[in-house]
Design a protein around this ligand. Structure first.
Ligand code: E4P
Length: 218
């Protein structure tokens, strides 16, 4: 399973990248707004900077248009920023049409705001490179996000779809583990969930004892 970080914060992206386990970055309009970036030029420069930090990683940049012509025009501009940009398109009717257009024209896409298996089938049929089921938001509303990952993984395997399942809206290290178990191809996570995977009290206790004993022979 690939690891993406789900943020537009450059310090966090650098920290995750320095760990050596990062395969890409996802952003969305809310994450960009959180960083206080304003204006199209600043937004595009920010994406370029992210691409220059995470070399060889896929960087999702989301369109903010909702009509076919607008999504295509915007997606073309985003894709021109850097070869590693993946155009993020919402799961709406014009979005599906745009996914097909991008696929026919060699532009890779990430279909976002996926909350059902039906939506994941449509995105795969339209040629999306990634689909992003929002598992945390599903859990928040009393449904089972990981079960959706399992269902999509089963369908894609039976049908032979190439689209990769990008588990999004991750809330905890346990979500990451469950997504790996459920067959997600990618997990996009907040930095704290990635770092949370490091933690185990027995590791800390074991290391403290090793360090204590090391003093006896050093
Ligand atoms: C990623 O592609 C999504 O935009 C993101 O994971 C949404 O996460 P949230 O539910 O924490 O906002």
């Amino acid at each position: 399973m690939k690891f993406f970080i789900d943020t537009a914060n450059l310090a966090q992206i650098k920290e995750a990248n320095d760990l050596g386990v990062l395969d890409g970055v996802t952003t969305n309009p809310s994450l960009m707004a959180k960083e206080g970036i304003k204006g199209q030029e600043a937004v595009y420069n920010h994406y370029k900077t992210i691409c220059e930090i995470v070399l060889n990683g896929d960087i999702s940049a989301e369109v903010v248009s909702t009509d076919f012509d607008g999504i295509v025009a915007e997606g073309k501009k985003l894709a021109a920023i850097h070869p590693n940009i993946v155009v993020k398109v919402p799961m709406i009717k014009d979005g599906v049409k745009a996914l097909k257009w991008f696929s026919d024209n060699g532009i890779r896409t990430n279909c976002t705001l996926i909350f059902s298996a039906g939506q994941a089938i449509l995105a795969a049929k339209a040629g999306a490179k990634y689909v992003s089921p929002f598992i945390g938001r599903i859990d928040d509303s009393g449904w089972d996000g990981v079960a959706l990952i399992e269902q999509i993984a089963r369908i894609y395997s039976i049908q032979g779809y190439d689209t990769e399942i990008l588990a999004a809206s991750i809330r905890s290290p346990l979500h990451i583990i469950k997504c790996a178990e459920a067959g997600a191809d990618v997990c996009t996570c907040p930095l704290e969930s990635i770092l949370g995977l490091l933690k185990h009290p027995l590791t800390d206790i074991g290391l403290a004892k090793f360090m204590e004993d090391a003093k006896k022979f050093s």
